[in-house]
Design a protein around this ligand. Structure first.
Ligand code: NAP
Length: 256
């Protein structure tokens, strides 16, 4: 596909958590679909390598190193996108963190703060600045990464479940407020997806991978690209009447 033909052709898209996993896959999918991408995360070496890879493939790609927990960082990331490419059309607020699985009475404030500050405050920080830029530009589309943990509860992940439910609440609130400005706001709820976060978990808990696959309707987990495709569709004009929704990308995991 040439750059002018994709579902995101010419759109300027900011992607957080772009240094690995679902975010890195999204960078490749969005670029393939013709978007000009601005990659955001903390690990500069990863972002530099990925944006170089995308540029070598003919895409317009650059990066901004920042922490989603810090509002000023996200303000600068959005300004950077607007200064570099002229506007902001799409944002995939995907950066996230999980904590050690444990019953909630054994988790401390540090674990709670990490998960809330990254997943909820991070999305909050992004939304506020993105909405400002998109309102000035006449509209846009935002996708926030929740999780199946935002739709249902399992044991030993209480702060993560609370955080991912909150992401869906923020998504709905922003969708209602921003609809008159031509900005759509949606969430995706991935099921288990093969990323660094998950690989590390499988390494530390032997047997968990087989158990997870066995309990999934398709007997497998998602590839990061399969989740990225859903975010790309929601960011595109093909999803023009979709706002305030949460799209489960979970291979049917929340149907049973
Ligand atoms: P991953 O490979 O570990 O990616 C997490 C990304 O978030 C990295 O790029 C990381 O980059 C970034 N990040 C973390 N804290 C950050 C911060 N404070 N500021 C900026 N960036 C930060 O894991 P993933 O699975 O792709 O996760 C992506 C999203 O999907 C997360 O929101 C996660 O909760 C969600 N999710 C994942 C699964 C799954 O099974 N994998 C399922 C449901 C939902 P740096 O470290 O370079 O900053």
């Amino acid at each position: 596909m040439t750059q002018g033909q994709g579902s995101l052709a010419g759109k300027v898209a900011l992607i957080t958590g772009a240094s690995s996993g679902i975010g890195a896959a999204a960078a490749r999918v969005f670029a393939r679909e013709g978007a000009h991408v601005v990659l955001v995360a903390r690990r500069e070496d990863r972002l530099a390598a990925l944006s170089a890879e995308l540029r070598a493939g003919g895409a317009q790609a650059s990066y901004y190193t920042g922490d989603v927990q810090v509002s000023a960082d996200m303000a600068r990331a959005v300004s950077y996108a607007v200064e570099t490419y002229g506007r902001l059309d799409a944002a995939f607020n995907n950066a996230g963190a999980a904590v050690e699985p444990a019953p909630l009475q054994f988790l401390d404030d540090k674990a709670y703060d990490l998960v809330m500050d990254t997943n909820v405050r991070g999305v909050w920080n992004c939304l506020r600045h993105e909405i400002g830029a998109m309102t000035e530009g006449g509209g846009g589309s935002i996708v926030n990464t929740s999780s199946v943990a935002g739709l249902v509860a399992t044991s030993v992940a209480a702060p993560y479940i609370a955080a991912k439910h909150a992401v869906i609440g923020l998504t709905k609130a922003a969708a209602v407020e921003c609809a008159p400005s031509g900005i759509r706001v949606n969430a995706i709820a991935p099921g288990l997806t093969r990323s660094e976060m998950v690989e590390e978990w499988f390494t530390r808990f032997p047997g968990q991978e087989a158990k997870s696959k066995a309990s999934a309707p398709q007997n497998r987990m998602a590839a990061p690209e399969e989740v990225a495709e859903a975010a790309a569709w929601l960011c595109s004009d093909r999803a023009s009447f979709v706002t305030g929704t949460t799209l489960a990308v979970d291979g049917g995991a929340t149907t049973w």
